[in-house]
Design a protein. Sequence first.
Lengths: 111, 234
Amino acid sequence: MHEYSIVEALLENVQEHVDRARARSVRKLVVSVGERAGLDTVLFRRAFETFRERTPCEHAELDVIDVPVRWECARCGRGAAGPLAPCACGGRAKLVSGDDIVLERIEMEVG
Amino acid sequence: MCVECGCGDVEIVSVEAHDRLLAKNDAVARHNREHFAEHGVLALNIMGSPGSGKTALLEATARAATGWRLAGVSGDLATDRDAVRLTQSGIDARSITTGTACHLDAKMIHEALHEFPHLPEIFFVENVGNLVCPAIYDLGQAANVVLLSVTEGEDKPLKYPVMFQHADLVLITKMDLLRALPEVSVRAMRSAIASVNPVPPVLEVSARTGEGLDAWIDWLRLRRANAVREEAVS
């Protein structure tokens, strides 16, 4: 259940944006979650619903974007099917996206 | 208030943030990694289910009398029992009691490191027993060691792929129990591990009998030599 820790990090991060913009509240958050980030998005949403009370996110909409994994050959950069499929050049596949959790966009009410 | 005309309407500000949520953890992890590198310490993150044999492996490592100074921290939700066991085996150990947290993070390791004025040659982080959450938190370790005991079943890597995808070494533990488990195939375990991550070496060990521990110690020796080289560079 590290989803709670991730929500904690999200709220902390959002607070910094709110302070900087002197916003009164947050209207919408867009968070991208990699397929291989090890985050259960259902639990993540549930944790967000629980912990956002009495924060600027209390009425915010949470938009979660799923990011599929993408592999590339570490040697020649061509797209690869996965870790078990070595490239024609003999290079090993490396993960280039789909393993991260990112606050992409935040919409705040200012004024 | 609206800045254009002062009409009192709320203005919507949209910020393209692109902030990685683990960025703060990763920054502390980088700091820990530099600290380990400067002192030539090999730091290892030991992960696995509760009961996979993490503490027993470290006790057996201490018994192997390699001549290395060993230290470490044990993470558990409650009690300091693992740290007590490690201390009794000769490892300079402290406990990190996480309360409700299911994993260790870089800040916990950073704070714990302040309790180790004399750094060892190998520093073990015995993570909270959990095959999910600890995998995504970088602590500043040089390598992740994931334990999978023969009693856990062959398909655990398929059910918990993220943990095995983060492994730099996989240890199949409790090999001495294999004879009581005729339905368990080590070959099937190896194939399940390879199907989610073909890269890490897989060693078969028994902390109780000492089977396979030589290969584990050899792996430690190799990684330890890398740590010493990094110290020279830094």
